[in-house]
Design a protein around this ligand. Structure first.
Ligand code: ZN
Length: 208
């Protein structure tokens, strides 16, 4: 998805498959990165709504991950739902940003999902990717995948189009959580906080 040898060099620490967990950074200031996909104006707008949800979730004491489901039709785009990770707020085991958004959208015909884009501030976990695959959502716009990546190869193998924005705001939200509340992040992805520390010695990556 990122062409050119320069990009390949920049990406040398990024695994092409498996799970990546970035355990936390020494500096919570989000870095500006010089690669990532250019978003269309509409994609940027809807990803912005997802970021608003992530920020809202963080301010509620939760995991700062947000999502938006947008339906595309000949009449234009329609935001069907927004959502945010509700693990802390609702004591939920399965309301991640994406699943909360899909739950908020309620029951939809299969034909609608197949004309939607799912926007999410963080690369989907396998649970959320599985939900997107189940409903045949053809396209996912991802705010960033530096902090976590577990499902992109699987999604692509199912024909899902992925757009990775590498957005600095999304990265910053995750940095802040990993620095200030690593325990809620560990819980969210089904690991112990000590697992995150052990991973920190492993170049930010875990392959499973
Ligand atoms: Zn998830």
């Amino acid at each position: 998805m990122f062409g050119g040898s320069a990009a390949a060099v920049a990406l040398k620490n990024r695994p092409t498959h498996g799970i990546r967990i970035r355990p936390g950074l020494s500096n919570a200031t989000p870095a500006r990165y010089d690669f990532g996909m250019q978003l269309s104006d509409n994609d940027a707008k809807y990803l912005g709504l997802a970021i608003e949800q992530a920020e809202l979730g963080w301010n509620e004491g939760g995991v700062p991950i947000g999502a938006v489901l947008v339906h595309h039709s000949k009449d234009g785009d329609k935001v069907l739902a927004v959502g945010r990770n509700q693990r802390v707020q609702m004591g939920s085991a399965i309301r991640h940003g994406e699943t909360d958004c899909l739950e908020n959208a309620g029951r939809l015909p299969a034909s609608v999902y197949r004309e939607c884009t799912l926007y999410t501030t963080l690369s989907p976990c396998t649970m959320c990717a599985g939900t997107a695959i189940l409903y045949d959502i053809p396209r996912i716009v991802i705010g960033e995948n530096r902090s976590f990546q577990a499902s992109e190869e699987w999604l692509r193998s199912k024909g899902t189009e992925l757009v990775v924005a590498d957005d600095a705001t999304c990265i910053g939200l995750m940095d802040r959580m990993m620095t200030e509340r690593p325990e809620i992040w560990a819980e969210d992805i089904g690991v112990e906080t000590s697992d995150l520390r052990e991973n920190s010695a492993d170049a930010h990556t875990t392959t499973a």
